[in-house]
Design a protein. Structure first.
Ligand SMILES: Nc1ccn([C@H]2C[C@H](O)[C@@H](COP(=O)(O)OP(=O)(O)OP(=O)(O)O)O2)c(=O)n1
Length: 125
């Protein structure tokens, strides 16, 4: 097992992340700073950090077969920061992120109906 992972949990809910992050902010007195705009800016900053990991590498194969474990760990951290700020942003906006995302998937499916076409269908719009 990879011991850099403290929580060998198979699945985690957005509700659990939301509640744990709310508690994290509360016990530090950080709720005052976690306005929608501040969280959005923090999110964008973390997207930048995530992008830096891929910057200058050229195209990267799926599964990241040639990446070192420390590069992958760094990626895990930055991709998590993006998720954690996104979850907090949705929370302070009063949104149910999981429900909103599922609803959007349904809308996406209506907009882009499944077909037996090859990938060229992606460019037909
Ligand atoms: N006011 C804050 C500050 C941090 N965090 C949490 C959310 C992110 O998961 C993480 C971000 O922490 P850092 O700002 O220290 O960013 P990094 O972990 O990316 O550190 P660095 O920028 O030094 O690489 O901490 C938070 O919820 N609210």
């Amino acid at each position: 097992m990879d011991h850099t992972h403290e929580y060998p949990i198979k699945d985690v809910s957005l509700i659990e992340l939301r509640d744990r992050l709310a508690e994290f902010a509360k016990v530090r007195g950080w709720e005052q700073f976690h306005s929608p705009r501040n969280l959005l800016l923090a999110l964008v900053g973390e997207v930048g950090e995530l992008s830096e990991i891929f910057q200058w590498r050229g195209e990267v194969a799926k599964g990241l077969p040639n990446w070192s474990s420390s590069d992958k760990e760094h990626l895990e951290e930055e991709i998590s920061d993006v998720l954690l700020y996104l979850v907090q942003l949705a929370d302070v906006c009063g949104l149910d992120l999981g429900r909103a995302a599922l609803t959007k998937i349904v809308k996406n499916a209506r907009k882009y109906p499944a077909c037996s076409c090859p990938s060229s269908s992606l460019t037909d719009n």
